[in-house]
Design a protein around this ligand. Structure first.
Ligand code: NAD
Ligand code: ZN
Length: 244
């Protein structure tokens, strides 16, 4: 399967990697779902947190403060703090440097692709390093991991500011969705790594690319709903499959 995948990559003029939580498991960051997932062990958080934030930001931020003590948040934040890129992140960055891979669209918020040296990264679920105004889209640096009080209004438009990472029920910012669509439209080959493709709309991108004629390569330790649509399937982990 590795040689079939390599051949597809060589034959393609534009190659896009799409990554999910499985990409960073070997960096010590657990997935949310699945047997060892954070939510499977600690319980799933509220499914409409964006609506809760819009309705009553003060109550949201005070519950955020309390959430510092919730076990799943503590575990995720600790994992994020200590995580380093794994061999898979490094291999993808090298493939970009040598012109084999043109861009990375990631659902992850851990920043590990950039830490490994990837340059053209679209973070479809936002970045852990930024704050964002939901009214005008302006982004500013996020100074602390813990947000202890409601962020001040946007300096550009006085709008509502939250961390850049998307909450449940929050639309993907338009600029990001457009950038991701434009990458998948250009793709002749998409390498789908460590994602179940079950989270919308990010999970729909490989299918849109496929409908536009792109080849699909899957790298995942388990079968996914996308497996049957793929031209090459590498049943392995990100840190072992990508270097090979
Ligand atoms: P998901 O949909 O991204 O699925 C995880 C996938 O990874 C599964 O298909 C699983 O089979 C696969 N996988 C597990 N270990 C792997 C490995 N070592 N190599 C290759 N594949 C592996 O996951 P989710 O956990 O349901 O996440 C939902 C959303 O939350 C996604 O947007 C995800 O990116 C985000 N999230 C991000 C991080 C992070 O930033 N590192 C961590 C957890 C969740
Ligand atoms: Zn604004």
């Amino acid at each position: 399967a590795v040689s079939v995948a390599a051949e597809l990559i060589r034959a393609s003029k534009y190659v896009v990697a799409m990554t999910g939580a499985g990409m960073s498991v070997e960096s010590g960051i657990p997935t949310f779902r699945g047997a060892d997932g954070i939510w499977s062990r600690h319980g799933q958080p509220s499914a409409n947190s964006y609506a809760e934030w819009l309705d009553d930001p003060d109550a949201f931020w005070s519950s955020e403060r309390r959430r510092r003590l919730e076990p799943w948040v503590v575990e995720l934040r600790e994992a994020l703090r200590h995580a380093k890129p794994n061999e898979g992140h490094v291999a993808l960055a090298e493939m970009e440097a040598t012109g084999r891979v043109n861009s990375v669209i990631t659902q992850n918020i851990d920043g590990l692709h950039q830490d490994a040296g990837s340059m053209n990264v679209i973070e479809i679920h936002g970045s852990r390093d930024k704050m964002r105004c939901v009214d005008c889209g302006d982004r500013t640096p996020r100074k602390t991991l813990f947000i202890d009080s409601p962020p001040p209004p946007c300096e550009e438009c006085s709008g509502r500011v939250k961390f850049d990472s998307v909450l449940f029920g929050e639309p993907i910012p338009k600029d990001i969705l457009q950038a991701a669509r434009s990458e998948s439209d250009k793709a002749e080959c998409v390498i789908v790594i460590g994602t179940s493709t079950s989270v919308k709309p990010a999970g729909g991108l490989p299918r849109i690319a496929k409908a536009n004629g792109s080849k699909l390569i899957e790298i995942n330790s388990s079968e996914t709903p996308l497996t049957r649509s793929c031209d090459a399937v590498i049943r392995g982990t990100a840190a072992s499959a990508l270097p090979s």
